[in-house]
Design a protein around this ligand. Structure first.
Ligand code: FES
Length: 153
């Protein structure tokens, strides 16, 4: 049975198995490849998207669970904090290999939407589920602080 949702602000219907993980529906059916497959067990955060504004792991979430909901991927992150996060990421040249970074950005933007001036502890907690094999954590933390400043401006 097809699943209808709001994907990056547009009403879409994905004609896939309702048990298919959202990640694969996004990548294979909707053709949005910015969200990455990492571990497939919700342990690394590479597949992070926002579900009604909250960061979730799309690799373990069946597409049927998002029926009628708002899903935002890295391609659709147009919110004010989302734009500030992307600008800060570019300014501070956060990525190394880049594989984890769309997930990091989605978690960072979800944090800033609810905590506009996060502490280091807030950042560490909010992004604790997003692993970076290249060890860019210091730049990520700095970029979230920079994004908070940009978002205020
Ligand atoms: Fe390479 Fe994070 S930038 S895994």
């Amino acid at each position: 049975m097809p699943t209808s949702l709001v994907l990056n602000g547009k009403n879409v219907t994905l004609d896939v198995d309702p048990n298919m993980p959202l990640l694969w529906a996004i990548r294979e059916s909707a053709g949005l490849h910015g969200t990455k497959f990492g571990c497939g067990m919700a342990q690394c955060g590479a597949c992070t998207v926002q579900l009604d504004g909250t960061a979730v792991r799309s690799c373990v979430l069946p597409v049927s669970a998002v029926a009628g909901k708002r899903v935002t991927t890295i391609e659709g992150i147009q919110s004010k904090p989302g734009k500030a996060v992307q600008d800060a990421w570019v300014k501070l040249q956060v990525p190394q290999c880049g594989y984890c970074q769309s997930g990091q950005i989605m978690s960072a933007a979800a944090l800033l939407a609810t905590v506009p001036a996060p502490s280091d502890a807030d950042i560490d907690q909010a992004l604790s589920g997003n692993l970076c094999r290249c060890g860019t954590y210091q730049r990520i933390r700095a970029a979230v602080h920079r994004a908070a400043e940009l978002d205020k401006a």
